[in-house]
Design a protein around this ligand. Structure first.
Ligand SMILES: [Fe+2]
Length: 494
């Protein structure tokens, strides 16, 4: 068994690296963008190599997909071949720039890396795994039966769909249709969906779908849809209809996955698993649900390393990246919140995944009508987008209706209906829902902060949004936090 396994997902978008040790502990997992300050940076950053090893020797490198298969698909789709990216060795030579030379390398399948990142970080001994993304090498949807045998994870492929038939590419095409950036701003279109009614769902189905159950499309949506598609229909209505139809497609996959009867446990992975609106109904198909908090391609750095490790991975939380060190500044944050209502936190290890979960967060008092505008002054994002609440887990049912099958939402993966939108307008979306982060009694800094905040204010929640300088990825280290303080005149506690 390899001692320290380095998993890599890089060369396309949102490059990331993960190190798993011989005991199945995650030593490090981080995104390149946090170091280079380039959002979704496709290439690994040299500063990561120092951090991820932390004096350890790397014994094995696992790459998250098979380059020649991907190149073949790119040739098929008219994108041409990149001759210098045909083998894993070629790709890693560019990405690693001389580091870790001589270390054995293995290559894995894109969707299997997704599946492993889900199943092996879950608490399940046996699970149905569903992967839905834009494209792997050729795969776009896959269903797996996963179980441990003699301590090693085994995966049986039960069903799959291939390029160009893709739910992810469909959603990206509609994202571009409403004027947003595909493969990056899908979450903004999801927020836009609350501002219209799904009046065009049948039109979309008739125009684009060949067979809804088989998930085949009439055309390749890789290049998007024509500008005249749904001409004259307001963006809110396009977004709402696109979302509603996307949910139909996802639930068709879930129904099929359930029908295999492999397990009532679901591990759901791939970029489409970030759709927290669609996720709210997964409880209609499965009893227990696990979505690893980084289900997109960056999370497959962990998945490919997990495939080499073989056994269950000890996944305790998503705080796995750069370590600023020191204790969580509970009292300093509390003082700032009571005085200024808004405060930044940059403490401990950075989150692995797209959500700030308290260690690289901008926190605010969620009560009252003016707080959203004040936070928006700093964030300058589209005014229609709401902020998210972070709440003590034992109080979540007092304030939100949680969807069936979800007892918590530790990683902000679902929406629930807010019961008191009048009291907390800043964290409630136009459709009355909130994207919730629940915090269990896990000894984390954010937990201790919420407990003290509750004692003082009788309010068990805070507004939580990512701490980032406009246009940049999340703050990573203390020097980023210093820049944030200077630019926005908001204290960032460490
Ligand atoms: Fe993927």
């Amino acid at each position: 068994m390899s001692k320290n396994i380095l998993g890599i997902s890089a060369g396309f978008h949102d490059a990331a690296a993960t190190v798993i040790d011989q005991h199945g502990e995650i030593v490090y997992a981080g995104h390149a963008e946090r170091y280079s300050k380039i959002k979704n940076d496709a290439n690994l950053h040299e500063a990561m190599f120092w951090e991820l090893t932390d004096g350890r020797h790397i014994d094995h490198i696992a790459y998250y997909e098979t380059p020649w298969k991907k190149q073949l698909r790119q040739l098929y789709s008219g994108q041409g071949i990149e001759w210098n990216k045909l083998t894993t060795r070629q790709v890693l030579k560019q990405q690693l720039r001389g580091y870790f030379s001589g270390v054995p390398i293995s290559t894995h399948s894109h969707h299997l890396s997704h599946a492993a990142a889900g199943f092996q970080t879950s608490s399940f001994d046996r699970a149905t795994v569903v992967v839905i993304d834009a494209i792997g090498e050729w795969d776009t949807i896959s269903i797996w039966g996963a179980e441990y045998r003699n301590g090693r994870a085994e995966y049986k492929r039960l069903w799959g769909q291939h390029y160009p038939h893709s739910i992810g590419l469909y959603y990206s095409a509609m994202t571009a249709r409403v004027g947003l950036k595909p493969l990056e701003e899908e979450y903004i279109m999801m927020g836009m969906a609350a501002y219209g009614r799904p009046t065009a769902t049948t039109f979309i189905k008739n125009a684009l779908i060949e067979n809804e159950w088989e998930l085949t499309f009439q055309q390749n949506l890789h290049a998007g849809v024509d500008d005249i598609f749904l001409a004259g229909v307001p963006n809110g209505e396009i977004a709402s209809s696109s979302q509603a139809f996307c949910e139909n497609l996802i639930y068709n996959v879930m129904r099929r996955a359930k029908d295999f009867g492999w397990s009532t446990n679901l591990c759901y992975m791939g970029g489409v698993a970030l759709n927290c609106l669609a996720n709210r109904n997964l409880g209609d198909y499965f009893e227990k649900i696990w979505i690893m908090p980084n289900p997109g391609d960056a999370g497959s750095s962990l998945g490919s390393a997990a495939l080499v490790y073989g056994g269950p991975i000890n996944f305790q939380n998503a705080y796995l990246g750069t370590d600023i060190g020191g204790a969580y500044p509970v009292n300093a944050v509390l003082d700032c919140l009571l005085r200024d209502k808004i405060v930044g936190v940059a403490s401990g290890r950075a989150e692995f995944g797209p959500r700030a979960l308290g260690n690289r967060s901008l926190l605010a008092d969620p009560r009252g009508p003016d707080i959203k505008d004040r936070v928006n002054e700093i964030k300058r994002r589209q005014r229609f987008r709401p902020f998210a609440p972070v709440i003590l887990e034992e109080h979540v049912n007092d304030y939100f209706d949680m969807p069936r099958g979800w007892v918590d939402s530790r990683y902000m993966q679902i929406v629930g209906r807010c019961r008191r939108p009048d009291l907390f307008p800043a964290i409630v979306h136009h459709d009355g829902t909130s994207r919730i982060q629940t915090v269990p009694a896990d000894g984390s800094g954010i937990r201790e902060l919420l407990e003290k905040w509750y004692v003082v204010t009788d309010c068990p929640m805070l507004l939580n949004t990512s701490l980032n300088i406009r246009g940049e990825p999340m703050v990573n280290d203390r020097s980023d936090a210093d820049r944030f303080e200077q630019m926005y005149n908001v204290r960032v506690c460490s």
